[in-house]
Design a protein around this ligand. Sequence first.
Ligand SMILES: C[S@@+](CC[C@H](N)C(=O)[O-])C[C@H]1O[C@@H](n2cnc3c(N)ncnc32)[C@H](O)[C@@H]1O
Length: 225
Amino acid sequence: MSQDNGFVSRVTRSKAEAKASYDKLSRWYDLLPDHSERKHREAGLEKLGVRPGENVLEIGFGTGHALLALTRAVGESGRVYGIDISEGMRDRAKSRLEEAGLSQRVDLTCGDANELPYDADFFDAVFISFTLELFDTPEIPVVLGECRRVLRNGGRLGVVAMTKGEPPGVMERLYEWAHRRWPKYADCRPIYASRSVEEAGFQLREVARLSMWCMPLEIVLGEKV
Ligand SMILES: C[S@@+](CC[C@H](N)C(=O)[O-])C[C@H]1O[C@@H](n2cnc3c(N)ncnc32)[C@H](O)[C@@H]1O
């Protein structure tokens, strides 16, 4: 447990504000330097190890980079589903999949992932990258509980998220400060990723602790047992 005794900052912006800000961001999201996040997102995908024929869900798919990789990995016999709160992001992701000729093999939904519109025990794997840390603190177990519900027994959950350092470093303090100062725009903040996954009832299979821009980051692989 870190020196701040497990405290995770609250996210105070509304869902309507989150949707509006990601709708705006979607227009230039791919112009942002993505190489650091991409590296970790790809490492998360590798740990999740999606195989041909699987049904896979991505939560908070953004402009669709991971959706593309997941669709190629499940092949023609599998199917990929995605949920994102932003219609702008949905449109960007859809164009990316259309350009690759893969849009027929993906189902995209716009909505809030704290209530997943999918049947229980349906998915083989769920992937969440740089998105779990956007949910308000009491929502994190709700979202992870939903992941557990929609996964079959033995199904895998892959999470890539900024996490709390022990003790918190300078960048982390700066991030927390920006999050408090501009809650509508700096909506993400470090969380306890692996601990939250474990507390949601998953068996931890692998946890990698890394760093991005001097911020601690975790890549977590959990299994529904
Ligand atoms: C920081 S982006 C990450 C995008 C992508 N996963 C990546 O790694 O590049 C977060 C994404 O989560 C989506 N999002 C935010 N709140 C959400 C919610 N409550 N339910 C579903 N998606 C949400 C945003 O619209 C955005 O596309």
